[in-house]
Structure formats: structure tokens, C-alpha cells
Design a binder for this molecule. Structure first.
Ligand code: SF4
Length: 446
């Protein structure tokens, strides 16, 4: 049964030392009660208190950080089965795999691609997360050389894929301090793998087929002192992956099997339909997805899907209200009013840029609602337009008093004219037609 914050507080050392990252023991207790902190963050808790608090207060899926530095990322700490129940918090890391048998130039090319490739969508920079080096050669020396090639070209989170402890040790001489994810501990090698992971403070993947075997192995690795675990259920097919990953998530978030409360690993290269495997991994609970380098079209699809799934469905992505410039607009440039729903903003901005007509975008605060919804809900109204014109001092930016409003806001045109004193032109409903509209209507107006 879940403990209340006050019961938890009674068990804490009450030093208020802030070492857990919270300003007081009470705020830490409140976080623990909400399953949003880990008891291990308090170094002063005795083992008895830890055992009482541990099972009920820590997040149902542990947070595991992979790598160090700017590109490091954290996975796990999820609380729901369905995104619409709340939200998913930590997007899966998508990792490009290279083999240590590949030529150094090829390994370097993939590394540089992951280091530099950025896809900007709805105002966010989307990137792949790291490099997995697979020890296909079987040789510790070759593996270490491949890992060194990656390390020489970029500071990226790494996944070291080998079950050979000697190869792992050779690689960790190069990159041990960067806390790469080690793949994988098996029933056969787990003691040695745990010792290496512990020595370098690295997260460790445990690999076993079948949920019971996975649970037993995770428990054994925990007993060896490894808390930063990731689970690889070795699915035999995509259907097997969905059912196993769903069962793992269910068992973890209901706390029915605390030993399965870790992020999940998926190797998309094991399946013929790699794009489908990546998509399924993103929507169905994978936290680390390893794949051979993707073609450009697959890359964009994967990054877009991940961005969509890992945005909070209860909070539309919003732009800050304000006056935005497209190109270098002069005093006679058109002023287009629209909502602060970011998808609307970036779609319109893209079409305006391709129209090559410099202009102003006046973004009003509709709480992230789209034009149609904002008009229907009364969030897009004449008062807001009037206040925004004043607030952002539009009169001093342009030498005219004409606004262009979205086609779906046409019913408001009369009221906006009356309230603001500005002439209102009704633009197209579809942003794709805005370029033609500006050339035909704005530039040829009398
Ligand atoms: Fe309190 Fe422990 Fe946090 Fe210090 S580290 S503030 S003692 S909960």
C-alpha cells in the first residue's frame, strides 16, 4: 500500500541538507509519495528505512541515465500504460549501430552523422542519440579500436554490444568514464558483467527470453549491486515484442513485479521490417532502440513519431505570443494575425517563407488552440486582437492599418474592425494558399 507523505517524512533523517536535490526533507517526502523520486537520493537513510520506503515510493520504472555530458539522456521513470492517461516523459534513445568489422572511415561517417544531423520540427531540434558498437569480430583489440574511432569523432552516448568480458574491458579502457550502456549480462556471464559495470558505474542491459527469466536475472544483477538496469526481452517477432513489452510495462507500473521496473531495450536490426520495429518500439515502451543507420526518409519518420508520442497530450505545444518577422519586412509589409498553436505557427511560417513576401506574424495567446477551436471557444476574439496590437506596438511597425486574419476566423472580421479600427482582410483557410493570396490580394490591393 502506498505511504502518505507524512508517514514517509517520519522515516527521513530530517537534516534538510538538500543533497537529494530537494530543499527540505518534507519536499523530498512529497516527491517520494508521488513516486517521483528514488530513496537512494538520500545518503543518510538507514537500510531499514530504505527497505520500508523503497518498494512503495520509488518510481515504478527506474530512471537510467546513459552517457555523460551534453548529449547524455535519461530513460525510464514512466508512470502510465497509455499516453492519454497522463503523458510519457522520457523519449527513447534511438542509437545507430556500427560493427567493429567495418572500416574505420565508415564508423567515423556514421558517428559524424549522429553528431551533426539535426531535423527541426515545430521549433524543436530532433536528433539521434548515440552509437552502438557491435563486437562482431569477437576480438577485444578490434572492438577497442572501433570504440576509439567513435570516441575520437564525437562525445556521444555509447552502447557497447558484446557478451565477451575481455572485449568489454578493452573497450572500457577507452570510454569507461563516459558511462556507456553495456549490452548484455546473460545467465552465463552476469557476475563478470556486473563487476565490470560496477567498476565503471555503467548502466547494464540484462538479456533473457521470457519474463520470468528476465525477472530472475534482473534480481540477481540487483543483488550484485547494479541498480541501473535495462531489460532486453529478446523478442522473436514484432508480435512477441508488443506482448512482452506491454506485459513488462503493466507489471512495472502496477508494482506487481518490482524487479521488472526498468527501461526496455529493443534491437530493431533483429527484424525484417526495421521501420515497423522502430515505430512499434517508440509507441510501445522501448527506451533504447538500436538500429542500423536509417535512410533519410525513415530518419524523419522515426524522429517525428517520437516527438509526437512524447509530447504531453494535455498541453498543446505553444508559441510565445508576440510579433514575429518573416524575412525583413518594411513599413508596408502585411500583418497576419494567427493563434499560438505551434503547429499552426510553423506551418504558416513555412508557407510565408516560400512566398518570399516579407511580412509580420502577430501571434495572439489562444492557449495553444488551433484557429478553428480557438474561434469556437471564444479564445480568438476582437478584444484579444486589439490588446495584442497595442501590446506589441504594431502601429509603429507598419505605415498602414490593415490586418489579415485566418479564413476560419472570418465571422470575427466585422467585430475586429469595429474594436480595433483596423481594416480586416480575410485570408485563406488553408495555409498552403497564403503565398498565392499575398501575391494576388495583398500586393494588388488598391
Ligand atoms: Fe533530507 Fe535526506 Fe534530502 Fe538531506 S538528502 S534533505 S536528509 S531527504
Amino acid at each position: 500500500m502506498a505511504l502518505k507523505a507524512l508517514d514517509i517524512y517520519k522515516l527521513l533523517p530530517k537534516k534538510n541538507c538538500k543533497e537529494c536535490g530537494d530543499p527540505t526533507c518534507l519536499t523530498f517526502a512529497m516527491k517520494l509519495a508521488g513516486g517521483k523520486a528514488d530513496v537512494d537520493l538520500c545518503p543518510y537513510l538507514d537500510e531499514k528505512a530504505k527497505s520500508i520506503l523503497g518498494a512503495t515510493t520509488r518510481p515504478p520504472i527506474r530512471l537510467v541515465k546513459i552517457g555523460v555530458g551534453e548529449r547524455s539522456f535519461a530513460v525510464g521513470e514512466e508512470f502510465v500504460l497509455y499516453r492519454h492517461d497522463k503523458t510519457f516523459y522520457h523519449p527513447p534513445g534511438i542509437i545507430f549501430a556500427v560493427s567493429d568489422s567495418q572500416a574505420p572511415e565508415e564508423i567515423a561517417d556514421v558517428t559524424i552523422r549522429v553528431r551533426d544531423e539535426t531535423f527541426t520540427r515545430i521549433g524543436s531540434d530532433l536528433r539521434f542519440n548515440g552509437i552502438a558498437i557491435v563486437n562482431t569480430s569477437g576480438s577485444p583489440e578490434v572492438f577497442a579500436r572501433a570504440v576509439a574511432t567513435v570516441e575520437e569523432n564525437a562525445d556521444l552516448p555509447l552502447v557497447l554490444i558484446t557478451e565477451n568480458v575481455d572485449a568489454l574491458n578493452a573497450a572500457l579502457v577507452q570510454v569507461g568514464s563516459y558511462q556507456p550502456l553495456i549490452h548484455a549480462a546473460t545467465r552465463v556471464n552476469f557476475r563478470e558483467m556486473c563487476a565490470v559495470a560496477k567498476k565503471h558505474n555503467c548502466p547494464l542491459v540484462v538479456k533473457a527470453q521470457g519474463i520470468e527469466n528476465l525477472e530472475a536475472l534482473a534480481k540477481d544483477c540487483l543483488a550484485e549491486g547494479i541498480k541501473k538496469l535495462v531489460l532486453d526481452p529478446c523478442p522473436q517477432s514484432l508480435g512477441d515484442y508488443i506482448s512482452t513489452a506491454t506485459a513488462l510495462r503493466q507489471l512495472a507500473i502496477t508494482r506487481a513485479a518490482p524487479d521488472l521496473g526498468y527501461p526496455v531495450f529493443l534491437d530493431a536490426a533483429c527484424f525484417c521490417f526495421q521501420d515497423a520495429a522502430i515505430a512499434l518500439g517508440i509507441v510501445k515502451y522501448a527506451s533504447v532502440i538500436v538500429t542500423p543507420p536509417l535512410l533519410p526518409e525513415s530518419s524523419k519518420a522515426a524522429l517525428t513519431l517520437r516527438q509526437n508520442i512524447y509530447t504531453d497530450p494535455q498541453k498543446p505545444i505553444q508559441m510565445n505570443p508576440g510579433l514575429y518577422r518573416v524575412g525583413t519586412p518594411g513599413k508596408d509589409a502585411p500583418v497576419l494575425v494567427t493563434v499560438n498553436f505551434s503547429l499552426t505557427f510553423f506551418t504558416l511560417q513555412g508557407y510565408l517563407e516560400s512566398s518570399r513576401v516579407p511580412c509580420f506574424m502577430l501571434i495572439i495567446d489562444t492557449e495553444g488552440l488551433s484557429v478553428l477551436t480557438a474561434v469556437a471557444a471564444g479564445k480568438f476574439n476582437e478584444t484579444l486582437v486589439r490588446d495584442s496590437l497595442k501590446k506589441f506596438d504594431i502601429e509603429n511597425e507598419v505605415s498602414h492599418k490593415t490586418l489579415i486574419i485566418p479564413g476560419y476566423a472570418a465571422p470575427l472580421s466585422g467585430r475586429i474592425e469595429e474594436t480595433t479600427g483596423w481594416k480586416v482582410l480575410v485570408g485563406p483557410r488553408d495555409a498552403a494558399e497564403i503565398g498565392e493570396y499575398l501575391h494576388e490580394v495583398w500586393q494588388k490591393r488598391g
